[in-house]
Ligand binder design. Structure first.
Ligand code: GLA
Length: 458
């Protein structure tokens, strides 16, 4: 059986963050935590907006994480507090049905997604009572997956508190599914890397079946994360789900053009598999079948032979019911092109030649251009930041995560790292007081971190 998340012991005196969290927990709940759980954030190196189309992605976990202190008790309640005073306390009875309010994406709903996922998996009618204090170091709404890290941390600690056991892969799948209660139709990359990450290596994450393979990053370069300081909350806007819907419709159009049954086809990768075609052939097919002008609802219904009601119920999600036009050509072009770039990135890393850095940098730059121009998931500030990074010495730079704000990731030759940080600081952050005030947590070197774990005090 695939391995479970590790349980490691630690000395409270050796870890400042855990020590402070323990003190806060004791002050809040008047008892000591029984255990701790953590789930890391992630940076995606390449492969954006293709996980929900069935294609592999290449992220690594970062050091920043969600950490929770937990006690299990007979209170019959789940009581939640957050070390960040911006986030309110919350409690819910263990015998009540867990309801997640999509209209109102509060922090604790992400926590409840994890609880609900475990509850459903095991059919638990009465969850163990628990008190938790949550502490986060991942900047929220920045594309580094703070929300999935919270869902994963909560799924893991709920499993532990209820004395259940699951493999990392099962946990990742449960958390990916249960985070969709928030209303965003995410693809599973974030939860997978949060559980399957291992220190020192990036991972190629493949879906169906879910698995993670080590990708050794080239020597001689570091990865630097920089936040453009525009917040993007996926759950509070419909950008993300519109892209998911556009890909779903493109799938059906392409399937139909080749005589496949469109009602069975949900993801762009399925069409490729059924046709036994290469990604290059899929790009040609997109050129032949789809047109660059946006499609109206009427045109889509006509081509697919469906009614307007079917269109709304079978293709649209709750928050995309009012969308009138769909860019199918551009989205499908991005997805097949990006899927090919991920595989090339992996090959270059495996080959480890003298030109590796140059080749990887080019792939990252092409990925950003495709996200910006075809997928339209960047924004002016993020494009400006990517430009600044390239001018400051990055070999490759691209937006990371969902986009429309948040972070860029740059690959920088190790010997240039210091100069790079200085130049980006001056050109992007110091020129603007709001950005300058956020600079410390917005610009940093990162390396592949470990996955979610339960921690026990020695
Ligand atoms: C978010 C989603 C992921 C993925 C990325 C874009 O982080 O949660 O599943 O789709 O956006 O690559």
């Amino acid at each position: 059986m695939a391995s479970c998340p590790p349980k490691s012991k630690f000395k409270i005196t050796s870890n400042e963050r855990l020590k402070e969290l323990k003190e806060k927990f004791e002050a809040k709940f008047g008892e000591s935590p029984l255990f701790y759980a953590c789930g890391p954030g992630r940076v995606n190196l390449i492969g954006e907006h293709i996980d929900y189309c069935g294609y592999s992605v290449l992220p690594m976990a970062i050091e920043q994480s969600i950490l929770a202190a937990v006690s299990v008790n007979n209170s019959g309640m789940i009581q939640l507090a957050n070390t960040n005073p911006q986030y309110q306390d919350f409690k819910v009875s263990c015998s009540e049905e867990i309801i997640i309010d999509r209209e109102n994406p509060k922090w604790y709903f992400y926590f409840l997604c994890g609880v609900k996922g475990i509850q459903e998996k095991f059919g638990i009618t009465h969850l163990a009572g628990m008190s938790c204090v949550v502490d986060g170091t991942i900047p929220p709404s920045s594309g580094l997956s703070s929300s999935s890290a919270l869902v994963c941390c909560s799924g893991l600690l709920t499993m532990e508190a209820n004395q259940k056991s699951l493999s990392k892969v099962a946990l990742a799948e449960i958390c990916a599914k249960s985070e969709r209660y928030i209303g965003t139709e995410g693809g599973g990359m974030d939860q997978s890397i949060s559980f399957l990450a291992e220190e020192g290596t990036a991972k190629l994450i493949e879906f169906q079946p879910l698995r993670a393979t080590d990708v050794r990053l080239p020597e001689g370069a570091v990865f630097v994360i920089s936040n453009c300081c525009v917040e993007m909350n996926k759950a509070a806007s419909s950008h993300y789900n519109i892209r998911v819907v556009e890909c779903r419709i493109a799938t059906k159009m392409l399937a139909l053009s080749k005589g496949l049954d469109p009602s069975r086809m949900l993801k762009l990768s399925q069409v490729q598999t059924e046709l036994k075609a290469s990604l290059d052939e899929m790009l040609v097919l997109v050129d032949e079948v789809l047109h660059p002008d946006p499609y109206s609802r009427e045109e889509i219904c006509k081509v697919l032979g469906i009614t307007s009601e079917q269109f709304c119920t079978e293709l649209l999600s709750a928050n995309t019911q009012n969308v009138t036009h769909f860019k199918l050509y551009q989205r499908a072009k991005h997805v097949y092109g990006e899927a090919a770039r991920v595989l090339k990135f992996q090959c270059v890393c495996d080959a480890g030649s003298a030109e590796s850095l140059q080749l990887l940098g080019e792939l990252m730059n092409q990925s950003h251009a495709s996200c910006r121009d075809l997928y339209e998931c960047s924004c002016a500030e993020l494009d400006q930041l990517v430009d600044v990074c390239l001018k400051s010495g990055a070999i490759g730079c691209r937006l990371t995560g969902a986009g429309w704000g948040g972070c860029a990731v740059s690959m920088v030759p190790s010997e240039k790292a210091e100069g790079f940080l200085k130049a980006v600081r001056e050109a992007y952050y110091m020129s603007d007081p709001r950005r300058a005030s956020m600079e410390k947590q917005s610009l940093f070197v990162t390396k592949p971190g470990g996955g979610a774990a339960v921690l026990l005090e020695e």
